[in-house]
Design a protein around this ligand. Structure first.
Ligand code: HEM
Ligand SMILES: [Cu+2]
Length: 678
């Protein structure tokens, strides 16, 4: 972004300046935060600007400026739009669809596994393919679905929630999407070509070294990590910068919606967590391809180094998956209980505390190694401690729901199911955090049950809830309540039928990652039950797709009568998000008696201009010009893909492959007429 030096004062107009009655004191008192000084200053210090009338016109649905704005901000039509789009909503929609596609693919692999395990000694798939199935399933769900979809949803919602026109670095956002997509497709191409990875989703050495995994599968796996983590890091930078520099005037940190807080915490965690696994997987590739010895004990390397690097990322990853949904829940609960979530400060502090503590737990995945016992007790304590901030959030939600007038729509059902399922997953987590018990249950189906209770309970249930809640925002259409309820109950029952028996199977000693078992083990009935549950889950997901496909019912702009800014514009939002950027004075601007506090004026309609505000208080600071649509992020992602895939076969690809990447980046950053690219 660069400073735009266009002439003209940049001001904010409050209703007072526009001649409307001053905001009621009571609405401000409710929030307890006084309006920021600079706003009153701006409103008082400049004459009521032309846009003050725009403000009124905008709320009355004026289309004059809206048409110009639309022309300025929309993506090019036709195939050029496919390649050149940089609008954050376009990129985010594609990102969400891609992640959901990978979820379906990972789900089909899970179904295949459950079919194979439905009866003892079945021969549907052999051991080799089964190894690939669970590796691909775990990898897909963790790297191609759960984390990226949280970022994808955020790049849609965050700008709308903070009253911004777009994300920071729109081109980087597009590049991150393409890189992610190409990385995922590469992994599936390898799988379909019969060289899928088969060393498990955490690819422990020495199993994943050249000696035990001589085929190319592990190389594809390790390179897929590079793709997705590069994309994840870039998205984190986009989200952090957007949140810290592009909030609507008046939206101080203390007025940020909880969801925006959760994305800030998550994205900062990404910056610390992802480099660890990128480093680890790069060292794995160089061990395999050029004979380095990072993980070779005979040459002075260390196999446990891999586990440390992987889990230093892997445990926080669970929270990358889990923290955004916590705030889906807060958004949904506030709206359906018709009141702000109880204990804002406690909620924010719990999010931040979870983010910190999440980095101090990784060794609980390594209790079965020969690390010093005393050291392990520290990680037991830390694992128990992280339950505290989550418990605080749960109590705050209960306090909110207690006196609220609940409206039992589908999103709320998913939220309530989250409570039940996550509770069970949390309790088995506390059990596994104790070293002696973990040594007994390690690598049994008890762990498979635990991880699915946490991951599906903590992420997939809230995600479906969030999707029902924000689908009207994305599309302007409502999903059917009737189908939604069917989907919910099938999913809830199917989930428990599928995964609850796995606790018992684990206690009976069934190991994970086995492709079959003998009838004499006595595991047949529980396994058949688990497989039946998986089929119910599949039917429920099908219902969801049908629901999305058939949705026609117009939603109106704000079907839930919610209070946060994303509902203050039309549904789906126009290309520029808001005809005039809002000014806010509370956490739920739309629940104020007279709506938002005012509007920003002085931004161009014919150029992609955004307002940059100060980090803590969101005082208006300067205008910045945002980049135009361009094919270069797409081309740069293609060049990066060639480099990454080439390097699986020869290290020289890193050298030659850098040339097209350099050319693409040079073209991308070539100073254009408007002097602004990012
Ligand atoms: C949608 C229904 C799902 C079903 C029926 C299912 C089923 C399974 C099965 C049968 C296994 C293999 C167990 C073994 O042989 O050890 C497995 C492993 C796993 N699943 Fe799922 N799963 C589902 C969803 C998910 C989701 C949503 C996630 C993550 C967000 C996930 C993450 C994992 C992981 C990380 C593993 C471990 C893979 C490994 O051992 O390397 N699963 N799942
Ligand atoms: Cu963990």
């Amino acid at each position: 972004m660069t400073r735009a030096d266009a002439a003209g004062p940049l001001t904010t107009a409050t209703p007072a300046a526009a001649g409307a009655p001053p905001p009621a004191a009571s609405t401000q008192a409710a929030d307890g935060v006084p309006p920021p000084a600079a706003l009153t200053h701006a409103a008082g210090g400049v004459p009521p600007c032309a846009a003050a009338t725009h403000a009124n016109a905008a709320s009355a649905g004026s289309s004059v400026d809206a048409a110009a704005l639309e022309a300025t901000w929309r993506d090019p039509p036709g195939w050029r739009g496919w390649i050149c789009a940089v609008n954050h909503k376009t990129i985010s929609r594609r990102f969400m669809v891609a992640c959901f596609g990978f979820f379906i693919a990972g789900g089909i692999l899970a179904l295949l596994m459950r079919l194979q395990l439905a009866q003892p000694s079945l021969k549907l798939v052999d051991a080799r393919l089964y190894n690939q199935l669970f590796t691909m399933h775990g990898t897909t769900m963790m790297f191609l679905f759960a984390v990226p979809i949280m970022q994808a949803v955020a790049t849609y919602l965050v700008p709308l929630m903070i009253g911004a026109r777009t994300v920071a670095f729109p081109r980087m956002n597009a590049f991150a999407f393409w890189t992610f997509l190409f990385g995922g497709l590469m992994l599936y191409a390898a799988f379909l070509a019969g060289i899928g990875p088969d060393a498990g989703w955490f690819a422990y050495v020495p199993l994943s070294n050249l000696h035990y995994s001589p085929e190319k599968g592990v190389d594809y796996w390790a390179q897929m990590i590079t793709f997705t983590e590069l994309s994840g890091l870039l998205e984190a930078i986009v989200i952090i910068t957007t949140i810290l520099k592009m909030r609507a005037p008046g939206m101080s940190l203390r007025r940020m919606p909880l969801y925006v807080w959760s994305m800030l915490v998550t994205s900062v965690m990404v910056l610390f967590a992802l480099p660890a696994v990128m480093l680890g997987s790069t060292a794995l590739i160089t061990d395999r391809l050029v004979g380095t010895h990072f993980y070779a004990p005979a040459q002075g390397g260390d196999v446990l180094l891999w586990q440390h690097l992987f889990w230093f990322f892997g445990h926080p990853e669970v929270y990358l998956i889990f923290i955004p949904p916590l705030s889906f829940i807060s958004s949904i609960i506030a709206t359906f209980a018709r009141r702000p979530v109880f204990g804002y400060t406690a909620m924010v502090l719990s999010l931040v505390a979870t983010g910190f503590l999440a980095f101090g737990l990784w060794v609980h995945h390594m209790f079965a190694t020969n690390l010093p016992e005393l050291g392990k007790t520290f990680f037991t304590a830390a694992s128990l401690m992280i339950a505290i901030p989550t418990a605080i959030q749960i109590f705050c939600w209960i306090a909110t729901l207690w006196r609220g007038r609940l409206v039992f729509k589908t999103p709320l059902l998913f939220v309530l199911a989250f409570f039940a399922i996550l509770l069970l997953g949390g309790l088995t987590g506390l059990m596994l955090a104790s070293v002696p018990l973990d040594l007994q249950l390690h690598d049994t189906y008890f762990v498979v049950a635990h991880l699915h209770y946490v991951l599906l309970g903590g992420a997939v249930f809230p995600l479906f809830g969030a999707f029902f809640y924000w689908f009207p925002k994305f599309t302007g259409r409502l999903l059917s309540e009737r189908l939604g309820r069917w989907q919910f109950w099938l999913f809830f029952i199917g989930f428990n039928v599928s995964f609850f028996p796995m606790h018992v199977l684990g206690l009976q000693g069934m190991p994970r990652r086995v492709y079959t078992y003998g009838a004499e083990m006595g595991w047949a009935n529980l396994n058949l039950t688990a497989s039946a549950g998986a089929v119910m889950i599949a039917v429920s997901v099908l219902l969801f797709i049908v629901n999305v496909w058939r949705s026609r019912q117009p939603a109106g702009d704000d079907p839930w009568r919610a209070g946060t800014l994303e509902w203050g514009t039309s549904s789906p939002p126009p290309a520029a998000n808001f005809p005039l950027l809002p000014v806010v004075r509370s956490r739920f601007p739309l629940w104020e008696k007279d709506g938002v506090a005012g509007h920003v004026c002085g931004l161009s309609n014919t150029q992609r201009e955004v307002l940059i505000t100060s980090g803590p208080d969101a005082h208006p600071d300067h205008r910045a010009r945002m980049p135009e649509p361009t094919p270069w992020p797409f081309i740069a992602a293609l060049a990066t893909t060639a480099l990454f895939i080439g390097s699986i076969y020869t290290p020289w690809a890193v050298v030659w492959g850098a040339v097209p990447v350099a050319i693409a980046c040079t073209a991308w950053f070539w100073p254009g007429r408007q002097g602004s690219k990012s």
